[in-house]
Design a protein around this ligand. Structure first.
Ligand code: ADP
Length: 547
C-alpha cells in the first residue's frame, strides 16, 4: 500500500472548543441556572474557564490522564466547562444519570472508580446519603459560587468557583492519541447492572461531524441549539460537542423541563433546533394547548428520539407550528446517533400523509453507521420494509465492548453490535423499530409489535400514554395487554379504545383487555419500564380466567 501524504492531526475534543473560541468567540452560551437567574457568556469565556478548570484539576486535585471524573448535573455552562476541561486534559468525563436508583448510582460510581464528583446543588442531598458507600471518591466539587455553597456533610466539599478562581487559564491542551478515552456513560440497565460505554476522542469528533451534517441533524453556525435531552443521557445526543464544532449558539435549560419553562426559552432565545424525548414534547404540547395563542416562530427543527415519536406529535409540530420533525434513533452504545428521518429528494412531491408515513419510521442510516437485520441464527434478512429481525450495527462511533469487559464479547464475527432492537429496513435504508427484542409479544409463535399497538393507541385523542406488554395466556403463550393513561377529564372506556384499534391493526393483534391506570412507570431516561409492568400484570389474564 502507498501511504497518503496528509497530516495526521489527532481528532481531539479540545480542538472543538478551540475552534469555537477562535472562530465563534462572541457566540453566546445561555443557561438557566439552578440558583435561578439566566446566565450568559460566550465560547471565548467558556474556553478560558475550561482551561482554568483543567489547571485546577491537575494542580490542585491531582487528577491524572485516564482518571474518571463523575458529574451529577443538569444542562448548564459549568457542566459544559467540565466536559471540555476533563476530556481536554486527558481524563474521562463520566456523566451520571441522577434519575437512576440511588443503589445504581453507587454501583456505577464505584465501578467507574470516579476520583472526584462534580455535583449540582440539586443533587447534594442525594450524594450525602450515598457518600459512605462511594469508596473511590476523594472529594466533591459543588457546582456553584461561595454565596450559594450549602451546609453539607460531604467530606471534602469544594466550591467550583473558588476552585478555579485563582487559575489564570494559561494552559495548552495536551496532544495525545485520538483513540484515548474521553467520556463514559452507563446504560440505564433496566435488566441487570448498568454497563459502561467508553467513548474516545476520535469517535466523539466523528460523531459531531455527523450531527452537523445536513442529513444528520443539520446543526450549523446559523442555529440556536437547545439540548433539552440531558447531558447525562448519551451526552445530550452529542449536541454540545457538535455545537462547538460549528459555532452554534447554545441554550441550556437547567433543571426546568416543564412545558412553560421550555417554551419560555424557545421563545425568548429564538431557538431554531432543539432535541428531547417524546415525554418532554408532550409536556410542551400540553402547555401550548392550554395557551393556544402561542406560536413557535423561530423553531425550525425539533429532534425527537429515545422512544418512538407518535404520529400525532409529528403532525402537530408540522402543521400547527410549521416545525420540521427529525425523528431520530440511537442508543448510548452508538454515541448515540444511528438514524435520522430526513426525507430524500424523491419524497419531495409526496402528499402530506405520505411524507408523515416516512417520518414516523425511525429514519435512515447516517454515513458512519452500517446496519443489517438478522434472524435468530445470525443470517441476514431482506431489506424489504416488511421482514423484521435483530438490528445489528457497525461503525466508528459504536461501542466495541463495555467498560472493564462487562457483558463479554458483544460483537458478531463481522464486528456488528446487537442493538437489542427488532426492526425492518426498507430499500431506501429507512429503519422502523418493531420492538425491543425483550418486549415483543409472542402470540402462538407469531410476533406482535408492542410499539405499533402503543402508537395506534396514543393516536386516540383521549389517550395520554399507553403501554402494551405480553402477558401469559393458556393457549397462545402470550397475548397483548394494553395499559392506558387517559387524558385529563376523559372517561373513555375499553370498548371505545378497542374500536379505535380495530381499524388500525390486524384482528389477531387486538389486546385481550385494556386496563386504565393513573400513571405508567418510566426508566431513568424516560422510557416505559416494562419489566415492572410485566411483574405486576404478567398473570393478569390467567387470574381473570381463574376468577
Ligand atoms: P437507555 O439508557 O435508556 O437504554 P438509550 O438511549 O441508550 O438509553 O436507549 C436506546 C434504546 O432506545 C434503543 O435501543 C431503542 O430501543 C430506543 N429508542 C431510541 N430512539 C428510538 C426511537 N426513535 N423510536 C423507538 N425507540 C427508540
Amino acid at each position: 500500500m502507498l501511504k497518503g501524504l496528509i497530516q495526521e492531526r489527532p481528532l481531539l475534543i479540545s480542538s472543538l472548543i478551540d475552534f469555537a473560541a477562535d472562530y465563534h468567540g462572541d457566540t453566546e452560551i445561555v443557561s438557566r441556572t439552578i440558583e435561578g437567574p439566566i446566565h450568559r457568556y460566550t465560547y471565548a469565556d467558556a474556553r478560558l474557564r475550561a482551561k482554568k478548570l483543567a489547571q485546577a484539576l491537575i494542580g490542585k486535585l491531582g487528577v491524572e490522564p485516564g482518571d474518571r471524573i463523575g458529574t451529577l448535573a443538569w444542562n448548564g455552562y459549568r457542566h459544559f466547562e467540565i466536559w471540555y476541561a476533563v476530556s481536554g486534559m486527558g481524563a474521562v468525563c463520566h456523566t451520571i444519570n441522577p434519575r437512576l436508583f440511588p443503589e445504581q448510582i453507587a454501583y456505577i460510581v464505584n465501578h467507574a472508580e470516579d476520583k472526584y464528583l462534580f455535583v449540582d446543588l440539586t443533587f447534594v442531598p442525594l450524594l450525602e446519603a450515598l457518600a459512605p458507600s462511594l469508596s473511590s471518591v476523594r472529594g466533591y466539587v459543588i457546582m456553584t459560587d461561595e454565596a450559594h455553597m450549602p451546609e453539607t456533610t460531604l467530606a471534602n466539599a469544594i466550591c467550583y468557583e473558588t476552585l478555579i478562581a485563582d487559575c489564570d487559564g494559561d494552559y495548552v491542551w495536551p496532544e495525545f492519541d485520538e483513540m484515548t478515552a474521553s467520556s463514559l456513560c452507563y446504560t440505564s440497565g433496566t435488566t441487570g447492572n448498568p454497563k459502561g460505554v467508553l467513548y474516545a476522542h476520535r469517535s466523539t469528533v466523528l460523531h459531531s461531524f455527523c450531527v452537523c451534517s445536513v442529513d444528520g441533524l443539520g446543526l450549523g453556525s446559523h442555529d440556536t441549539l437547545m439540548p433539552v435531552v440531558p447531558m447525562f443521557h448519551a451526552n445530550a445526543w452529542g449536541t454540545p460537542y457538535a455545537a462547538a464544532m460549528c459555532g452554534a449558539k447554545i441554550v441550556f435549560p437547567g433543571a426546568a423541563m416543564d412545558g412553560a419553562s421550555i417554551y419560555e426559552l424557545l421563545d425568548t432565545e429564538g431557538v431554531t433546533l432543539t432535541a428531547a424525548v417524546p415525554t418532554v414534547w408532550l409536556m410542551l404540547m400540553q402547555h401550548l394547548a392550554r395557551n393556544d395563542q402561542l406560536t413557535l416562530d423561530a423553531l425550525e427543527k425539533v429532534v425527537i428520539g429515545g422512544s418512538a415519536a407518535p404520529q400525532s406529535m409529528i403532525e402537530l409540530f408540522e402543521t400547527r407550528y410549521d416545525t420540521r420533525v427529525i425523528h431520530a434513533w440511537g442508543m448510548t452504545e452508538m454515541s448515540p446517533l444511528g438514524t435520522t428521518g430526513n426525507l430524500k429528494a424523491k419524497h419531495k412531491d409526496l402528499s402530506f400523509e405520505e411524507k408523515i408515513a416516512v417520518q414516523v419510521k425511525q429514519g435512515r442510516a447516517v454515513y458512519g453507521v452500517e446496519m443489517k437485520i438478522t434472524d435468530d441464527e445470525g443470517n441476514e434478512l431482506p431489506r424489504d420494509g416488511k421482514t423484521f429481525g435483530h438490528l445489528m450495527v457497525r461503525g466508528p462511533w459504536i461501542t466495541s465492548g463495555y467498560f472493564k469487559g462487562d457483558g463479554g464479547n458483544v460483537l458478531d464475527e463481522d464486528g456488528f453490535f446487537d442493538t437489542g432492537d427488532v426492526a425492518t429496513l426498507d430499500p431506501d435504508g429507512y429503519m422502523q423499530i418493531t420492538d425491543r427484542a425483550k418486549d415483543v409479544i409472542k402470540s402462538g409463535g407469531e410476533w406482535i409489535s408492542s410499539i405499533d399497538l402503543e402508537n395506534a393507541a396514543v393516536d386516540h385523542p383521549e389517550v395520554a400514554e399507553a403501554a402494551v406488554i405480553g402477558v401469559k395466556h393458556p393457549k397462545w403463550d402470550e397475548r397483548p395487554l394494553l395499559l392506558v393513561v387517559r387524558t385529563e377529564g376523559s372517561t373513555v372506556d375499553a370498548e371505545a379504545i378497542l374500536d379505535h384499534l380495530r381499524s388500525r391493526v390486524a384482528k389477531w393483534w387486538l389486546p385481550d383487555d385494556v386496563v386504565f391506570v393513573d400513571e405508567l412507570p418510566h426508566t431513568a431516561t424516560g422510557k416505559l419500564l416494562k419489566t415492572k409492568l410485566r411483574d405486576e400484570y404478567g398473570d393478569y389474564l390467567m387470574q381473570r380466567q381463574a376468577g
